[in-house]
Design a protein around this ligand. Structure first.
Ligand SMILES: Nc1ncnc2c1ncn2[C@@H]1O[C@H](COP(=O)(O)OP(=O)(O)OP(=O)(O)O)[C@@H](O)[C@H]1O
Length: 441
């Protein structure tokens, strides 16, 4: 039958484990071996997308966010290929130039007219023993610092390449191996990413407003996403709804993740709970978010398109106010407080990922040196140097990591060496369609 050629389930090409590694809203991820790979014993993560009912306009069965994710990986591949040339890595070995904190893609197939399960798939690097940050427990203060540094280095890389992840959350960040005993972070799930090809994934109908609206994972909505819901009964139709910068959104969401890691609190339960994902629910959440950050002053309000009278009973934003609230949540370290106050704030005050990665909280800590060195080895030197302090004496490296998997997950594999890879060029059948995406309410 015709569909068998690329069908992950029916072609016999993949040996797929019976139990999934995880499930998402539009996909299931399995451990699988690929008989077409040069080493057929190597395991991958095979993300099998659920086909959707054919879209009326384009007749496509690929969900727009899945299409968008595939196109994000196309871009990431192109970036890695270009970097191989600049770094002198042999052409064809582009995955060696892939960013260490972004899951690698090995292949995909998107049959855009097919309703067969298994006709739309993505073959990814297996993050063996992947443990989402949200399920890690007992993270030491130093591990939390390393994780935040890696998160910022990853975002700096994406943002420099005009890619916003768009859905940073503790579920979409996993740790599975270690650098010198410290956790190595990986970002997954690029379905809501925003990049040069996003409009191609979304289609003409959405091209005007882009991927705007309250979208992503509850607990990680940003203030700029939510205020139109508090200000207008029809936020999507409202001319008040100005575009926001999704890269700045990544920074806020990364800050929320960092608060979770540092305090053990849960974003959706303890920090910014959203009772119901409705317009009214988001309007209420908006008040909570601005109560935390403070409402914008006149200049920032004008820049955001934020109506002057909205939340006038809430105090105006200040870094000291944010720090005080973070202290009440249990953040004690003054350096971390300063970094976080530049992340979980209003967009105009948010620092970039690169700026934040150069904060003295990171650069004045010699104990972070092994992590920085690993980036240099991988071809991603930092935008800063880390001095080796003479006084005070360097902090001792922590003993083997205290991150312990919860009962639902297997233990993390320890891997001291940087990831290496060989090449695996696969034929892909690109049938990307123009489709409409709407993750907003
Ligand atoms: N490369 C990987 N290696 C190991 N496990 C993975 C990998 N990618 C994804 N998973 C597992 O599968 C789950 C679902 O993956 P992912 O978040 O990419 O799916 P999704 O359909 O995009 O989810 P969402 O509903 O958040 O959009 C993850 O939470 C993780 O447990």
């Amino acid at each position: 039958m015709a569909f068998k050629g690329h069908n992950a389930l029916a072609s016999g090409r993949f040996d797929i484990a019976a139990r999934p590694l995880g499930t998402g809203s539009h996909s299931t991820v399995f451990k699988a071996k690929d008989k077409a790979y040069t080493d057929p014993s190597r395991s991958f993560a095979l993300k099998i997308y659920d086909p959707q009912r054919p879209d009326e306009a384009a007749g496509s069965t690929v969900h727009p966010s899945n299409n968008n994710e595939m196109l994000a990986f196309d871009l990431l591949q192109s970036i890695a290929e270009t970097k191989t040339i600049a770094s002198g890595i042999p052409p064809g070995f582009y995955r060696r130039a892939w960013h260490p904190n972004v899951v690698r893609r090995y292949g995909h197939h998107m049959a855009s007219k097919s309703t067969w399960h298994g006709d739309q798939w993505l073959l990814l690097e297996l993050l063996e023993g992947a443990q989402s940050l949200g399920r890690c427990s007992k993270v030491s203060a130093f591990e939390a610092k390393a994780v935040l540094y890696e998160l910022l280095r990853m975002l700096a890389f994406l943002h420099q390449n005009d890619i916003a992840h768009g859905d940073i959350s503790s579920e979409n960040l996993v740790v599975c191996r270690k650098i010198e005993g410290l956790p190595l972070l990986n970002a997954i799930d690029f379905g809501l990413s925003v990049h040069a090809k996003t409009q191609q994934a979304m289609g003409a109908a959405e091209s005007e407003r882009g991927l705007q609206g309250a979208r992503g994972t509850p607990g990680y909505f940003t203030p700029e996403m939510t205020w139109p819901y508090a200000a207008h009964s029809d936020p999507k139709g409202s001319p008040m709804f100005q575009r926001y910068d999704e890269r700045k959104g990544d920074i806020f969401q990364a800050g929320v993740v960092a608060v979770e890691v540092a305090t053990g609190k849960n974003a959706a339960k303890d920090l910014f709970p959203l009772a119901r994902v409705t317009k009214q629910g988001v309007a209420q959440l908006s008040r909570q978010l601005f109560t935390f950050t403070g409402r914008p002053g006149n200049e920032e309000a004008a820049a955001m398109g934020f109506p002057q009278g909205l939340f006038s009973d809430i105090e105006v934003s200040s870094a000291d106010g944010i720090k005080a609230k973070l202290r009440r949540w249990g953040v004690g370290d003054e350096g971390l407080l300063d970094v976080l106050s530049k992340m979980v704030c209003l967009p105009g005050s948010r620092h970039t990922a690169e700026e934040l990665s150069m904060h003295p909280y990171f650069t004045h800590d010699a104990a972070l040196q092994p992590v920085v060195k690993a980036y240099i080895d991988w071809g991603f030197p930092p935008p800063h140097t880390i001095p080796t302090p003479t006084v005070p004496a360097p902090l001792p490296l922590p003993q083997p990591t205290h991150i312990t998997p919860t009962a639902t997950n297997s233990s993390m594999a320890s891997l001291g060496s940087p990831p290496t890879d060989d090449e695996h060029m696969m034929e892909v059948d690109e049938e990307a369609d123009m489709m409409v995406i709407d993750h907003s309410l």
